[in-house]
Design a protein around this ligand. Structure first.
Ligand code: PMP
Length: 394
């Protein structure tokens, strides 16, 4: 997977680089033999935009078909789609929650969740990242809070987590989180931006990977900007929840609907993932992203890097720690035509800077070996190999 990368902000010089930075998990962001002709056909038939909100003529047959597809893909009764993933979180939470409600959010949840939670006016409490026992502590404190045990001071309690954390590469401890939520009768909200399509035997995300019944998640959120190579976001849940959102959510009532070609790209990529295009490419892509991710992670570890995250996760942060190492690391990688994303404060704590690698099914083994050789050399130069190394496998 290659991209043209602007080498410097001050020049217009561009160079062809191996892309280790974008969320193109299944490779659908490139031309695809099944998706692309259908997207072009849709563009000709419907134009790039509906120029209308969903309720003012912006609902085409494609939008209805998309919502049905998404609901059945994530195994929920119904779904609603929005033009942007960020807006999905930031517009939905104020509709569902308000004064007198309690939101308990993982400390590393995405900014769209933080903004949505703040905009809702609900009380917000944070639990330590991916630690179910701390979630329980926060819940006990908020429910009992010196009151008799039978007293429940909140109208609604919602616990918000992500399937794969985008700066950590970690899988959510979902079964344990659900057990705590059930015990304290809190609703669950799962953001699958980085996990839907990317993990699970048939690409159905962390629930499938971790053997969680989707009936145990009240609100399933995800985006189409990663595994599906498109744009937009969705909420999936009960028929009642989705009907309520369709009547009340301003981002549904007042914002322009998903662009028809983008909707077609999502439908077509889901069809490929499920093998409904008549090929085995979806299953092959899923096997490839898993194999690529596990190969790259274990090779980086053998080289002596400190790599965060879990097996099967395509997101793998390499720890730099000192933010002063960021410019040298990214510049040296770029000199060898390898484009990586580096992340620092405020996206991470000040002394936990990192390079965040995103693996794709469209990376070949040759691409990955080249990238490993470059990263190893640059790692020696910048001094970020914190463990003893083993030799690189070809
Ligand atoms: N949720 C999470 C966890 C994300 O990482 C992102 C963006 N990367 C979003 C929501 C927003 O999605 P989008 O970029 O599709 O607007």
């Amino acid at each position: 997977m290659w991209l043209l990368f602007l080498l410097s902000r001050r020049t217009t010089k561009v160079s062809r680089c191996l892309n280790l930075g974008s969320y193109n998990y299944l490779g659908f962001a490139a031309a695809d033999e099944y998706c692309t002709p259908r997207v072009i056909e849709t563009l000709k038939k419907y134009s790039p935009s509906t120029c209308s909100s969903r309720v003012d003529g912006g609902t085409t047959v494609l939008h209805n078909e998309l919502e049905k597809y998404v609901a059945s893909f994530v195994r929920k009764p119904a779904a609603i789609v929005f033009g942007m993933g960020y807006v999905t979180n930031s517009a939905i939470l104020p509709v569902l929650m308000g004064k007198g409600c309690l939101i308990i959010s993982d400390s590393l949840n995405h900014n769209s969740i933080v903004n949505g939670a703040r905009g809702s006016g609900a009380t917000i409490r944070v639990f330590q990242h991916n630690i179910p026992s701390h979630l329980e502590e926060v819940l006990r404190e908020q429910i009992a809070d010196g009151q008799p045990r039978t007293h429940r001071p909140w109208k609604k309690i919602i616990v918000i987590v992500e399937g794969i954390y985008s700066m950590e590469g970690e899988l959510c401890k979902l079964p344990e989180i659900i057990a705590v939520c059930k015990k304290y009768k809190a609703y669950t909200y799962l953001d699958e931006a980085h996990s839907i399509g990317a993990v699970g035997k048939t690409g159905r995300g962390v629930c499938e990977l971790l053997g969680v019944d989707t009936a145990d998640i009240d609100i399933m959120m995800g985006t189409f900007t990663k595994s599906f190579g498109s744009c937009g976001g969705y909420i999936a849940g009960s028929e009642d929840l989705i009907k309520y959102l369709k009547y009340t959510c301003p981002a549904h009532l007042y914002a322009t609907s998903v662009s028809p070609p983008a909707a077609q790209q999502i439908i077509s990529s889901i069809r490929v993932i499920l093998g409904e295009d008549g090929s085995n490419r979806g299953a092959q892509k899923l096997a490839k992203i898993r194999e690529n991710s596990n190969f790259f992670r274990s090779e980086l570890q053998k080289m002596g890097f400190e790599v965060l995250g879990d097996n099967d996760s395509p997101v793998m942060p390499i720890m730099l720690y000192n933010p002063a190492k960021i410019p040298a690391f990214s510049r040296e990688c770029l000199k060898h035509n390898v484009a990586v994303v580096t992340v620092a404060f405020p996206a991470t704590p000040l002394l936990l800077a990192r390079a965040r690698i995103c693996i794709s099914a469209s990376h070949s083994r040759e691409d990955l070996v080249k990238a490993l050789q470059v990263i190893s050399k640059v790692g020696d130069l910048v001094g970020i190999k914190y463990f003893p190394a083993e030799p690189l496998k070809q």
